[in-house]
Design a protein around this ligand. Structure first.
Ligand code: COI
Length: 354
């Protein structure tokens, strides 16, 4: 543990904020002025700092680069109409970061260190939190091994970094997706439930193939039979069939998404039936053919709620009905926005002021 939570802060002398065009926020391209950095060595987190955003140097033998001991989180901060800033469910992200850390043999991050680093960083860069509709400050905490050693074993040293970027919508139109029936994102017993870098790197090739066929993303299916839905691209997948909200049950191959959990909670709050269970491609295609598949959408921090317009299955594309203003995904999206910008009461205590 840190002896003290004093975070040494070195402020930038050349803010880039004046170059920011809040009307043109592209996901992941513009980074706020500062970053939080803390090192783990000799069995403890030490030397917490807030520094100007900039390059980090690592050994060419850095074990994260060779063997993939690297994990991350995605979370968001929002500004309300009074200019106050709140984080959405940050403790859920910390819990998941630590679950990923455990799976990847990395040290746990103490709550006080994470929350202090995060809050001080966001307070310092508060002018970077956008407030235009659909925008937010995306927060990227990540941890990686820093030993310069190429023997295969967990590193003794690590770095935790948090940086932020003002973002707009991740997807600006409904998605075309197709079932993936050859490649696998993760198998039961693997590390699919963890947010480790390798899960995303390994997904790029099959995703690239689908994109070359005109799809935006894949619907990942289970590793043993390719029958059951796992996730959609980098998001969890949710369906509305016959008025019921249905989503794949969590497993060791599915990420426990914070947006997934929030959307399911809203459905329960609104008295809808929620089923967390296996969902097969055959069931979905049958429900679509019968007109019972009312909605399909991806949920994730970056994208929030991304409606699916087309599902490709066994060489054929199937169109879904366009979401209506009173459809579940539209209402859930509006409700989340209202909670995050403090326009409606936060009855679940999801928002944490910085
Ligand atoms: C997120 O939604 O935060 C994600 O992790 C997706 C990201 C890889 C863009």
């Amino acid at each position: 543990m840190l002896d003290t939570l004093t975070i040494r802060t070195q402020q930038t002398t050349a803010s880039r904020l004046t170059h920011l065009d809040p009307e043109r926020l592209e996901f992941g391209k513009t980074f706020s002025d500062h970053m939080f950095v803390v090192d783990y060595r000799d069995g403890e987190w030490q030397d917490a700092q807030i520094l100007p955003y900039g390059d980090i140097s690592v050994s060419p033998a850095n074990s994260a680069l060779h063997y993939g001991q690297a994990i991350f989180e995605g979370m968001k901060a929002y500004k309300n109409s009074n200019g106050e800033i709140s984080l959405f469910r940050p403790y859920d992200n910390l819990r998941r970061l630590n679950a990923s850390a455990e799976r990847m043999c990395m040290p746990l991050v103490p709550e006080e260190l994470f929350m202090q680093g995060l809050s001080q960083l966001i307070r310092l860069d508060s002018a970077w939190v956008p407030d235009s509709p659909g925008s937010a400050l995306y927060i990227r905490p990540y941890m990686f091994a820093t030993d310069g050693f190429i023997g295969v074993r967990p590193s003794d040293t690590y770095k935790l970094v948090i940086f932020t970027c003002p973002v707009g919508l991740y997807y600006n139109k409904p998605l075309r997706v197709r079932f993936e029936e050859r490649y696998v994102r993760s198998a039961e017993g693997g590390a699919g439930y963890a947010k480790n870098a390798g899960n995303y790197g390994a997904a790029m090739y099959p995703t690239k193939l689908a994109q070359s066929e005109g799809y935006n993303q894949l619907i990942w299916t289970d590793a043993s039979e390719h029958r059951y839905v796992e996730e959609s691209g980098t998001m969890n997948a949710i369906f509305v069939i016959d008025g019921k909200v249905i989503t794949p049950a969590l497993s060791t191959s599915i990420l426990d998404g914070v947006t997934r959990r929030s959307v399911l909670q809203l459905a329960r709050d609104w008295g809808m039936t929620v089923e967390e269970r296996k969902v097969s491609a055959v069931e979905l295609m049958q429900a679509l053919a019968d007109g019972r598949l009312e909605e399909a959408f991806g949920v994730g921090t970056a994208a929030t709620i991304a409606p699916i317009a087309v599902i490709g299955y066994q060489g054929h594309d199937h169109e879904l009905p366009a979401p209506k203003p009173d459809s579940f995904s539209s209402r859930a999206s509006a409700a989340l926005h209202a909670i995050r910008t403090r326009q409606t009461p936060d009855t679940h205590g999801w928002m944490v002021a910085v």
